[in-house]
Design a protein around this ligand. Structure first.
Ligand code: NDP
Length: 413
């Protein structure tokens, strides 16, 4: 399989385009399609400016409303792509997936589908939309890889690696996501404010004692002592991968912990309590209707604009507990990424980098056939080793910390 269509032209798409270009000997032609064609043009210019294309090849841009299934099918047909990397807003997943099923090309995304009018939907998240199309996907023989960013994505592969190689029995998986970087602005979100806030405004869901458990956001805090970034406060948060991991692995507890500083929490709390994070329209006294969340998005910095001055590192990983050979053990599988290095390489900050690179690794494994499974899967259902090996080469090396110390996974390749 060859030739890639990238849908969306945001921060993650920028990384995906550069990484596809750096590997166009494997991936072939590259097409970028999004709603605002000027953003596609800026990405194309950046790829040329950095000389990212490994071999001379096709790099084309297209205007597309990805909620339009017919238009998406037409573009897939016209360009002859066999792999679609959907890194558009999470509202376009189901229409893009449908276009892929109907044209028989591989599909991948990095987040669950969302309905623009529903905030923080309740579990089962994949069951609400994507998994309803699993049968149709398999019938069409289409490979659909769900949630192949960093989290979800790489952390699912870490969980699979732990289950396959480090444990006989799993007790818990705690996914920890800390961005210890600094963007130097008063307040900003690292990716689309709308998507970002929607994650935190509702109830928090976790999987504990094999049951869905509810908490409030910022209710449960835990400080972890992490490699490189040190001791950091995190809060129990709901996240896509809790659902698929709880279904696909035999593990009683799956929790997700996101790092937040006090300043972020203060500003967020004020915005939320004022009603400014609501997705429901309000009427102004001149009769005009506005969506408060959209207004907040409009006044906050564009996440992409943070990249040039972003410094510091991210640390994201899985702390897995369980038993091996009758003994209790604890393994932390993780990656540390650097904002400045990401910017130098592909012109994006580290959060977009960690989300975009894994999708390209997956596309390469579909291209070579290793991950071309002809059905819908979450990442933990695929072989983790070829993927983690490739991520090592693409700039996201895996490290392991356990009773034997802290080392690179590559020492075991
Ligand atoms: P951005 O908001 O920067 O980009 C989204 C892009 O999608 C924009 O270019 C937008 O176009 C485009 N888009 C929106 N609606 C449509 C449509 N109907 N048709 C065509 N294009 C459309 O987001 P990010 O790049 O930061 O994130 C992309 C995805 O990655 C999101 O789903 C996000 O949740 C996910 N993500 C996953 C992570 C992970 O680790 N798994 C981490 C970070 C993000 P326009 O410019 O016109 O608005």
């Amino acid at each position: 399989k060859k030739n890639v269509l990238i849908i969306g032209a945001g921060g993650v798409a920028q990384v995906v385009a550069h990484k596809c270009a750096q590997n166009n000997d494997v991936l072939g032609d590259i097409h970028i399609a999004s709603r605002t064609v000027a953003k596609c043009e800026a990405i194309r210019a950046s790829v040329h400016e950095k000389g990212s294309l490994k071999t001379p090849g096709v790099l084309e841009i297209h205007a597309l409303d990805a909620t339009d299934v017919e238009a998406t099918k037409e573009l897939i047909g016209k360009t002859g792509v066999q792999i679609v990397i959907n890194v558009g807003a999470p509202f376009v997943n189901m229409s893009v997936l449908q276009a892929c099923i109907e044209t028989g090309v591989a599909y991948m995304d990095t987040a669950i589908h969302e309905d623009p009018l529903k905030i923080c939907e309740t579990p089962p998240w994949y069951g609400n939309y994507e998994w309803k199309r699993a049968e149709a996907t398999e019938k069409a023989g289409v490979t659909a890889i769900l949630g192949i960013g960093f989290d979800p994505g790489v952390v699912n592969a870490y969980a699979a690696l732990a289950a396959n190689e480090y444990f006989d029995k799993l007790d818990s998986i705690d996914i920890i996501d800390v961005n210890a970087g600094s963007h130097g602005r008063y307040f900003a979100t690292n990716f689309d404010p709308e998507t970002n806030f929607r994650e935190f405004t509702g109830r928090v869901w976790s999987w504990q004692n094999r049951e869905w458990t509810q908490n409030q956001m910022f209710e449960i805090r835990k400080d972890w002592d992490l490699p490189v970034v040190g001791s950091r406060p995190t809060y129990l948060t709901g996240h896509d991968e809790i659902h698929s991991l709880s279904k696909n692995l035999d593990v009683p507890d799956v929790r997700f912990w996101m790092g937040f500083g006090d300043h972020y929490i203060n500003v967020f709390t004020v915005l939320k309590n004022l009603g400014l994070l609501s997705e429901q329209p309000v009427k102004l006294d001149n009769g005009q209707e506005v969506v408060p969340l959209k207004v907040v998005k409009a006044v906050l910095p564009d996440p992409a604009s943070l990249a040039p001055s972003y410094t510091g590192k991210t640390c994201i990983g899985d702390l897995v507990k369980g038993q091996k050979d009758g003994k209790d053990r604890e393994v932390f599988i993780y990656n540390v990424a650097d904002h400045e290095e990401a910017y130098a390489e592909v012109g994006s900050q580290g959060i977009s980098y960690t989300a975009g690179v894994p999708a390209v690794a997956a596309a390469m494994l579909v291209a070579t056939g290793e991950w071309d499974v002809g059905k819908m899967v979450n990442v933990e259902e695929l072989a983790p080793r070829p993927f983690l090996k490739l991520l090592d080469k693409l700039g996201l090396p895996t490290r392991i910390r356990d009773e034997e110390g802290d080392r690179e996974l590559s020492s075991t390749f």
